[in-house]
Write a protein that binds this ligand. Structure first.
Ligand code: ATP
Length: 399
């Protein structure tokens, strides 16, 4: 429908990017990217009206998405105007200018992403493959398009790792040298913390965390985050365990949990440097920076001879991501006890509150709070049933 509508308006339309790559790999693409030699935003609005769908999210690059309720999982089509790009300095956001489909493919990251299928016109149905993407797909290679590519946009180095891991491909040796050259030339220093953090989190989100770390280390991309990775302790063991250590019944951001384990492998001062480089602030930053102290407290609280309530009390202070990270870093026995403490700390809710004690003549004050806390601990440690909470709390408040 889109191709016909474009032809009616005298516009050339091309299927581009991941959708072409996935089709050639015999996979069903999740979203479709269509590039038009013309005004994509205007076209997307008209196309959406025609299908009674919703057109959204035009951006500074002149792209627009149409959201479809549509057949078997296809939910969105992204329309963009074919364009070229210029980079004023390494890691700058590009200056964009209208261009041909050839220029549009030349601005892309890898040969396997720089292919297009013509959707209308005399070339309809044919593959445009100016950089040998199809051959690279067959060989299982991720290849950058030109030597300046990783300096123009250093996120491409991280994208290369991500797509190589996703597809089980290798990164071409020459491209690796180009990445090394851009690193030595300092191009990555200009990459903003927000963009760097986004790429690292995407890697840990999409890929097996220990493999992501291995690739980052091999390509020396981890040093973009902190030079301390040069002489780090290998975090592989923790990273291999982190996904299995999610506290049950709680949604966990696997990217952040993995990042916390990853950064733990750095010495403390280097970790601070990494947190600054990744522009992490607020609670996440304190969570990451306090991990050594938290682990120390848990090592003392988690052995079987210590009441579970001691660890459960600690657990309130941690996010599910930090619990997962610490679970991955602690020995297996302590780790499973940590998860049990977390589970019980969330499950046990007292059936009584301060008002119940006041009704029985206990005045507001520290002894009331202490009595409730002790009742909760006794419940966590299975020394008390829910039925006997009130009697227990009153006794504690009066002694
Ligand atoms: P997929 O390629 O499966 O869509 P993705 O979600 O990682 O994976 P997007 O970020 O949606 O890809 O990018 C879509 C397309 O835009 C890519 O296939 C690539 O051609 C191009 N692209 C994305 N980021 C860059 C970049 N930093 N430099 C050059 N081209 C890029």
């Amino acid at each position: 429908v889109a191709a016909r509508e474009a032809a009616r308006r005298g516009l050339r339309a091309y299927l581009v990017g991941g959708a072409v790559r996935d089709r050639l790999l015999g996979k069903k693409p999740k979203d479709l990217d269509i590039a038009l030699e013309g005004d994509a935003e205007d076209f997307a609005r008209a196309f959406a009206r025609r299908l009674r769908a919703r057109a959204v999210s035009s951006s500074e690059f002149g792209t627009a998405a149409v959201l479809l309720g549509g057949p078997k999982g296809l939910r969105r089509i992204d329309f963009s105007s074919t364009r070229g790009e210029r980079y004023r300095h390494p890691a700058a956001l590009p200056e964009v200018f209208p261009g041909t489909i050839g220029e549009d493919l030349a601005r892309r990251d890898f040969s396997i992403n720089a292919m297009a299928i013509a959707l209308n016109g005399p070339e309809q149905g044919s593959l445009l493959d100016p950089f040998g993407g199809r051959a690279d797909l067959e060989k299982g290679v991720v290849r950058l398009l030109h030597p300046a590519s990783p300096s123009d946009d250093p996120t491409r180095a991280f994208r290369a790792v991500r797509i190589a891991l996703r597809l089980g491909f290798r990164i071409d040796a020459v491209s690796r040298r180009w990445i090394g050259g851009s690193l030595s030339a300092g191009a990555f220093r200009r990459l903003s913390g927000d963009r760097l953090r986004r790429e690292v989190l995407l890697l840990f989100q999409e890929c097996e965390p220990a493999s992501a770390d291995l690739w980052l280390h091999r390509l020396e991309l981890d040093r973009v985050v902190s030079d301390g990775f040069r002489t780090r302790r290998a975090p592989a063991r923790g990273l291999r365990r982190v996904l299995a250590c999610f506290p049950s019944g709680e949604p966990v951001c696997r990217d952040w949990a993995s990042l916390e384990v990853w950064l733990e492998s750095l010495p403390r001062d280097r970790r601070e440097e990494a947190v600054r480089r990744l522009s992490i602030s607020g609670e996440r930053a304190s969570e990451i920076l306090s991990i050594e102290n938290s682990l120390k407290a848990l090592r003392a609280a988690l052995p079987a001879r210590v009441a579970l309530s001691v660890a459960a009390f600690h657990c309130f202070r941690f996010s599910p991501e930090k619990i997962a990270a610490m679970g991955a870093l602690l020995p297996a026995k302590l780790s499973s006890r940590l998860r049990e403490a977390r589970r019980r700390s969330r499950r046990i809710r007292l059936s009584i509150g301060g008002d119940d004690l006041k009704r029985h003549g206990i005045p507001a004050g520290p002894s009331l709070g202490r009595a409730l806390a002790e009742t909760w601990k006794a419940r966590i440690d299975r020394r008390l049933s829910a039925r006997r909470e009130l009697a227990f709390a009153l006794r504690r408040a009066r002694t």
